[in-house]
Design a protein. Structure first.
Length: 220
């Protein structure tokens, strides 16, 4: 007698606690490169829901004369670590760019103070499952995100260099996250979300679950 099997993908999503403060806070970093350029970057918020948008602010001040900025690149890097079966070595590590924004030099405004530069740029995250994985730590699997800023700088003598800076970003699943059958996040008031069946509904809160892992943890 033949035996027939059927299977269906199961995705388990845990959302952050309602009293989590990270979605309301910002993150920043600053540094000095080779005594030639002082810079500071900030993102708000430092924890954003899946498919959301973050706002980045960059301020740069030259410490020597003849310094000019090029086109600034801002992107979100997803870093994944996972063990390799039958391997005693360190976990494998892979990374990919999930969002990017190129700001042309002409759009970077000149500050009146210290003759530096500053600009603000929004960065939208992917809205489809598979294009972005929320932050997680489960067994030996780890996923984290960083906002990377690449600042091309040119000197008066013609020499050029690139300044790279990173700020950690945490991506979590919103309480009211609802996805289409194709895994695309549906927004509130989207007419397509009314007639199109969803593959999932808002998951339970932490207080309704047993054996809770740390906040912002995903098992899939």
């Amino acid at each position: 007698m033949p035996i027939f099997y059927a299977c269906e993908d199961l995705r388990i999503i845990r959302t952050p606690a309602l009293d989590a403060l990270e979605p309301l806070q910002s993150a920043s970093g600053e540094g000095i490169w080779d005594d030639k350029l002082k810079y500071s970057i900030g993102i708000s918020p430092k924890a954003v829901g899946f498919g959301g948008t973050i706002q980045l602010t960059l301020c740069a001040n030259p410490l020597t004369s003849g310094i000019a900025l090029g086109d600034v690149v801002v992107r979100v890097i997803e870093i994944r670590e996972f063990p390799i079966v039958d391997c005693l070595g360190p976990a494998a590590r892979a990374s990919r760019c999930i969002a990017e924004n190129l700001t042309a030099q002409r759009h970077i405004t000149l500050r009146s103070v210290d003759k530096g530069w500053m600009f603000n740029v929004p960065l939208s995250l992917p809205r489809k499952l598979g294009d972005c994985v929320q932050n997680l730590v489960y067994n030996e699997v780890k996923v984290e995100h960083k906002v990377e800023v690449i600042i091309p700088v040119k000197e008066l003598a013609g020499h050029g260099f690139k300044v790279r800076a990173m700020v950690p970003l945490r991506i979590y699943m919103p309480l009211n996250a609802v996805f289409s059958t194709k895994g695309t996040l549906l927004t509130m008031g989207n007419p397509t979300g009314i007639n199109e069946p969803a593959s999932s509904v808002a998951p339970p809160m932490y207080s309704k679950q047993d054996q809770e892992p740390p906040a912002y943890t995903l098992v899939s």
